[in-house]
Design a protein around this ligand. Structure first.
Ligand code: ATP
Ligand code: MG
Length: 257
């Protein structure tokens, strides 16, 4: 049986991934897990847009993806960040290959709301053949979330949601969101375990905000499908002890309940 873990590496932490993060990946591979990585890259896209003096419009707090914004987004995600992760994995003794949702038509998407957000998509279908080819040949596939429509137009899709769709398509055992915080914090304390119901309340009362909202939504979507367990973990330190993950575990029901 193939045991698969999908990691979503946040743009918030990609350039700060610790040596112990890569050591943990090696341990998991030695234990027989297959690893798939999906990555984001928000902060670097923003800084490249400002370096290039590309004016951006916001709609309901979200940047509108015009042609010019999409061009830069693809350059940064599929060009710079994707190759950075692949080269870091190789440097740490792990075989990896970088692809985007465009390659092998991996991510088929349609417009979320063209008028409101421009070229932003949602995943309709994951054609996972290219992932299987990589995994079956010992490579970690590293996926940039740029997707294609049926008519071949490129769309930017939130990487948290792509990770959730990929985990679902692969019937992955685990989905781990790697970010720059230890997990979900409430009153300064780390929640070791939570449920979709509790998270909806934490969103409403503002405890979960900003970039944590799409992550939590993606986690809840994954749990409503086949995935048993989703975790939010930090990429800045070791996330594995005695085969257990350190962070916030999101389960349909809390253990013992
Ligand atoms: N309750 C919470 N607990 C922890 N972090 C929270 C909470 N509410 C909001 N956050 C914010 O969510 C951030 C993580 O999401 P963010 O989108 O910034 O990173 P990412 O998804 O890892 O990166 P990217 O979006 O570039 O892929 C944290 O750095 C923190 O500021
Ligand atoms: Mg994010």
């Amino acid at each position: 049986m193939k045991k698969i873990i999908v990691f979503k590496c946040g743009g918030s932490v990609i350039r700060q991934l610790s040596a112990s993060f890569f050591a943990n990946l090696r341990e998991l591979i030695e234990q027989g897990w297959k690893i798939v990585i999906v990555h984001g890259g928000g902060p670097e896209i923003s800084s490249m847009l400002s370096r290039l003096n590309i004016e951006t419009e916001f709609s309901q707090g979200q940047r509108k993806t015009t042609n010019a914004v999409l061009e830069v987004t693809e350059m940064v995600l599929t060009g710079s960040i994707n190759k950075f992760i692949v080269s870091e994995l190789i440097k740490h003794g792990l075989d990896a290959v970088g692809i985007s949702g465009v390659d092998g038509q991996l991510l088929l998407a349609d417009y979320l709301n063209e008028k409101e957000y421009g070229q932003v998509g949602r995943v309709k279908k994951v054609n996972s053949e290219i992932i299987d080819i990589a995994l079956n040949n010992g490579f970690i596939p590293v996926i940039s979330p740029i997707s294609l429509t049926e008519t071949g137009e490129k769309l930017n899709v939130n990487a948290d949601l792509v990770a959730s769709a990929v985990a679902d398509a692969l019937h992955a055992d685990q989905l781990l969101f790697v970010t720059d915080v230890k997990g979900i914090l409430k009153d300064g304390n780390l929640l070791s375990s939570t449920t979709p119901e509790e998270l909806e309340i934490l969103i409403v009362n503002g405890v979960v905000s900003g970039g944590m909202i799409p992550k939590v939504r993606a986690a809840i979507a994954a749990l409503s499908n086949d995935i048993n367990e989703v975790m939010i973990i930090s990429g800045k330190a070791s996330f594995l002890t005695k085969k257990m993950f350190i962070g916030t575990k999101i389960k349909r029901q809390l253990e013992g309940v």
